[in-house]
Design a protein around this ligand. Structure first.
Ligand code: GLN
Length: 283
């Protein structure tokens, strides 16, 4: 490995048997951005440039970690979400593109100066992206102290003014910490324990199970708890948004209808899977 253009072949040599080409292309772009501050176009123009010794060492370090199934975003310590760079760590879920779609839906619904509560902060990607792109007053809560630390760090770096609360949404006493809101949003854990065997090692072994999994026999536990809180804490005409498991759309819609929500809308993500729900509280 001597030149910029050789990195692609190095990745293919070391990781080709483990990852598809599409994923290798993604790794390459992340490495070019993180190590060299290059865009994909820069990399084409500078293909013949010689690598410095320290850059070769860094690329080899990253590739060795990729080989051990570490997610690239955890190796470099950040990812992009809705146009902002979010720092991440092992204690937070890596922000996903489908969650950007949910944020985009909420922002396009005209938040003005509304109050919004996000449940399950993680890296802070949902509340911070909404805060940075609207005039809403945003509060966000999480049960995980290390996740809240990371979210606060992101809020500080990105100059966001989200209010964070450390609390467990499944604990009935949490309601006493909450006010009334115009909007409640959550991307709670929804992956079934039985789906573990289908998951890629880099997700399963490195991302926080606390943020991902629910028991098969109580798959909607967070949706039920949050919808019940929303009944109590949403203003008249308030909105509830969820990111959901692709197979649970109908069940969550029925649960919301039974609780008295109206105008319920189920939307697909860019992959064509049922992925998000909006419901209106009119009582
Ligand atoms: N979308 C994530 C995944 O499939 C799960 C997010 C969640 O459980 N809230 O890995």
């Amino acid at each position: 490995m001597q030149k910029i253009k050789d990195i692609r072949l190095f990745l293919k040599d070391v990781l080709g048997s483990q990852f598809p080409d599409s994923e290798l292309r993604g790794f390459l772009n992340w490495i070019l951005e993180f190590v060299f501050d290059f865009s994909a176009t820069d990399a084409l123009m500078k293909a013949e440039e010689l690598l410095k010794e320290e850059d070769i060492i860094e690329v080899k370090r990253i590739v060795a970690l990729l080989k051990k199934d570490n997610p690239i975003q955890q190796i470099i310590g950040y990812t992009w979400f809705y146009g902002s760079k979010f720092r991440i760590c092992k204690e937070v879920l890596i922000p996903r593109p489908e969650t950007e779609e949910l944020v985009d839906w909420i922002l396009k619904d005209e938040l003005e100066r509304k109050s919004l509560l996000d449940i399950g902060t993680g890296s802070g990607c949902i509340p911070i992206a909404i805060d940075l792109n609207s005039h809403a007053r945003v509060t966000s809560l999480d049960v995980s102290a290390p996740a809240l630390d990371k979210a606060k760090e992101n809020a500080c770096i990105l100059k966001s003014r989200v209010t964070f609360i450390h609390a467990d949404i499944l604990n009935p006493s949490t309601t006493s910490l909450l006010g009334k809101y115009d909007v409640i949003v959550s991307n709670p854990p929804y992956v079934l324990e039985s789906d573990k065997k289908l998951m890629a090692a880099n997700v399963l072994n490195n991302e926080p199970h606390l943020a991902l999994f629910v028991p098969d026999d109580n798959a909607l536990m967070f949706y039920e708890a949050i919808a019940n809180i929303a009944v109590d804490k949403l203003h008249y005409n308030g909105l509830l948004y969820f990111e959901i498991h692709e197979n649970k759309g109908e069940e969550i819609v029925s649960m919301l209808i039974n609780l008295g929500f109206t105008s319920i809308e189920l939307r697909k993500d860019l992959q064509g899977k049922d992925r998000m729900i909006k419901a209106v509280w009119k009582l």
